[in-house]
Ligand binder design. Structure first.
Ligand code: HEM
Length: 247
């Protein structure tokens, strides 16, 4: 038996980064589910003083871990595509034709959703939650707290919905999608056309660019967490069916 520092070799580094990526990912998505499934319904039942106190002391701490875990997940995830594989194979993103393979198309879909979620965290959720927190602390908020809370909720629910297919493709890229299907260039073009339309419509919708941010039909899936869970599962079925039909 030899005692080497394998963890500092290419294969060890790839593994180490993969571990860090998933560790940060579960922290991020765990808190996302806490906000959606636990905190929002509980806050709705609290009286105003208790809620204000909880926003100041509890939600602000949870949001710190949430947004930095999102940043770490993103950083380790990009790095994962740039470090040589544990098998000694070239790094994923540098392999020629990688993004034409089924593994490449699957991870690109997962990353599209993951990166969109990351941008939603920093550019929509956190930007608006800062206003909500400032208001709870009696500081001068840089906007209308009720409107900010609504914008953050819509993006947070969209992230919950996206997280289901995101993880499906993220894990499936290595463990499922490479096993079947052989794609041609035109198949791929159709897949990406449908995928990008689906993604753009959903993201535009949560930003209020389609039907506004009110309680209307287009926002039905965001109004409670059970609908968001249902929508996430439906989205997995739609994306999987698309994959099966096309490839
Ligand atoms: C924020 C954007 C994200 C990027 C850019 C990203 C990128 C990646 C990359 C490049 C891989 C390697 C895939 C492969 O080896 O073929 C991967 C795998 C993975 N990612 Fe992400 N990811 C992101 C978000 C997330 C999130 C939020 C989670 C939630 C837990 C997550 C969980 C995973 C898991 C479980 C794997 C598979 C590990 C394995 O099977 O060995 N990722 N990701």
């Amino acid at each position: 038996m030899t005692l080497g520092l394998e963890i500092f070799h290419n294969y060890g580094l790839n593994f180490l980064d993969r571990w860090a990526h998933v560790l940060a990912g579960i922290t991020w998505i765990g808190l996302l589910y806490y906000f959606n499934f636990v905190q929002v319904p509980s806050f709705a039942q609290m009286d105003a003083a208790a809620r204000t106190n909880a926003i100041d002391k509890l939600a602000s701490r949870a949001l710190w871990w949430f947004r930095w875990a999102a940043a770490a997940t993103f950083g380790f995830g990009i790095l994962l595509g740039l470090i040589p594989e544990a098998s000694g194979e070239k790094a994923m993103f540098t392999r020629s034709g990688f993004f034409k393979s089924t593994e490449g198309v699957a991870i690109a879909t997962g990353m599209l959703l993951g990166i969109t979620m990351f941008v939603n965290v920093w550019a929509v959720i956190w930007r608006n939650q800062k206003i909500v927190i400032a208001n709870a602390r009696g500081e001068n908020p840089a906007g209308d707290p009720a409107a900010a809370g609504r914008s953050a909720t819509l993006a947070s629910r969209m992230n919950t919905i996206f997280s289901f297919p995101m993880l499906f493709f993220m894990i499936g890229a290595v463990h499922f999608f490479p096993q079947g299907g052989f794609d041609t260039g035109s198949d791929r073009a159709i897949y990406w056309a449908v995928t990008l339309v689906l993604w753009a419509v959903l993201e535009a919708n949560c930003l209020g660019l389609i039907g506004g941010k009110g309680q209307n039909l287009t926002n039905w899936i965001y109004e409670d967490h059970k609908r968001a869970i249902g929508a996430g599962l439906v989205l997995v079925v739609i994306w999987y069916a698309l994959w099966e039909i096309i490839f």
